[in-house]
Design a protein around this ligand. Structure first.
Ligand SMILES: Nc1ncnc2c1ncn2[C@@H]1O[C@H](COP(=O)(O)OP(=O)(O)OP(=O)(O)O)[C@@H](O)[C@H]1O
Ligand SMILES: [Mg+2]
Length: 333
């Protein structure tokens, strides 16, 4: 079994599964630009792994290396138990890849695109037709099957892309930005599709620009920055890396505000907004302590909001100061 690397938790069951994808020390440069500067990854079988990172971080490059489309300059990788350097054919047979840019041929119909994939997988004709019809149905494309794919909407094209990826019944699929450009409803449909695949035992390696997507789907998330994995873990583990959790008390009456500020000396005051900010991890125990303190001091705030760092905060904190967040997100409890 490949070694476990970069794990920040031993508790998650998925970590004990054999790795569907693993890599150690992957490097890739284009000319004098180092895109991947030694990255380690481990994706347990049957889990969803999300690779996050700013534009140009090397997400697509990582997907292309792991899906045998380009070779790494250095490092080792195994996919479905096959070493990419010595047995890329076997690895390729186990995977499906949906690229960042559509592989759909617009000049032919959705059905013809599917049948082309069936031919590529060397399925017998009748079997190819059966699989194509079944997948078109599953992705709600039966009505559009006979129309040229160029007439499809972005969401339909993306669904067709994934349907084409599934023709060979791959156990591991790579989805490079599966929902970019989709409206919220289509995005949720796609999430449902991905969850179904995972329920069926498929391992999903996806890249995304949408932090909520990683939060919703992924068992584990890695943030790629400057050619390295800046952090890796569950969404909760990543959120804990970022300080800044707090409780904010808002007052409408200036006198109540001043009294509270005089009592809660550890709170950061904002005299303009009449708010006090107390550091907090947002846990129930911590909130109870704060509420007890307020009660004991007879402080009656008009509003109490809890701020816990979200993946946006993690992303901003890990991927450089140039894009620091201006407005923290508030969650009213
Ligand atoms: N074939 C290539 N030749 C030269 N440079 C390349 C090639 N492919 C990628 N690059 C460069 O490698 C870097 C990483 O590109 P990559 O496409 O992997 O980033 P990405 O994280 O997928 O970005 P995005 O979020 O924009 O999709 C970029 O600077 C890109 O210009
Ligand atoms: Mg990309």
């Amino acid at each position: 079994m490949p070694p476990s690397v970069m794990s920040t938790s031993n508790s998650a069951d998925v970590l004990r599964s054999p790795a569907a994808v693993s890599a150690i020390g992957l490097r890739k440069s284009y000319g004098d630009r180092t895109v991947l500067d030694g990255i380690d990854l481990r994706v347990p079988a049957g889990s969803v792994f999300a690779l996050l990172g700013p534009n140009g971080a090397g997400k697509t490059t990582a997907v292309k290396i792991l899906s045998t489309l380009v070779s790494a300059d250095d490092g080792q990788a195994q996919v479905a138990g096959h070493n990419l350097a010595t047995d890329p054919q076997a690895a390729r047979a186990a995977i499906g890849v949906t690229g960042q840019f559509s592989a759909v041929d617009g000049l032919i119909t959705g059905e013809e695109n599917m049948l082309l994939m069936a031919d590529l997988h060397r399925l017998p004709k009748a079997e190819g037709r059966r699989v194509a019809a079944e997948l078109l149905e599953r992705f709600d494309l039966t009505d559009a099957a006979k129309k040229p794919a160029s007439a499809y909407s972005g969401g339909m094209k993306r669904r067709l892309d994934i349907a084409m990826t599934l023709v060979g019944d791959p156990r591991i699929i790579f989805l490079d930005e599966p929902t970019t450009g989709l409206d919220p409803r289509s995005r949720h449909t796609m999430w449902g599709i991905i969850r179904e695949l995972v329920t069926g035992g498929v391992t999903v390696f996806l890249t995304t620009q949408y932090l909520e997507e990683a939060d919703q789907l992924a068992d584990r998330i890695a943030v790629l920055n400057n050619g390295r994995i800046a952090a890796e873990g569950t969404a909760d583990e990543l959120k804990r890396l970022v300080p800044g959790g707090h409780v904010r008390l808002r007052f409408t009456d200036p006198t109540s505000y001043r009294n509270a500020a005089a009592t809660l000396t550890d709170a950061a005051p904002d005299d303009e907004a009449l708010t006090l900010q107390l550091p907090s991890d947002g846990s129930q125990r911590d909130l109870r302590t704060i509420l007890d303190r307020l009660d004991t001091a007879g402080i009656d705030a008009d509003e109490l909001t809890v701020h816990t760092p979200d993946l946006d905060d993690v992303f901003f904190a890990l991927t450089g100061p140039a894009t620091a967040p201006t407005q923290p997100k508030e969650e009213v409890r």
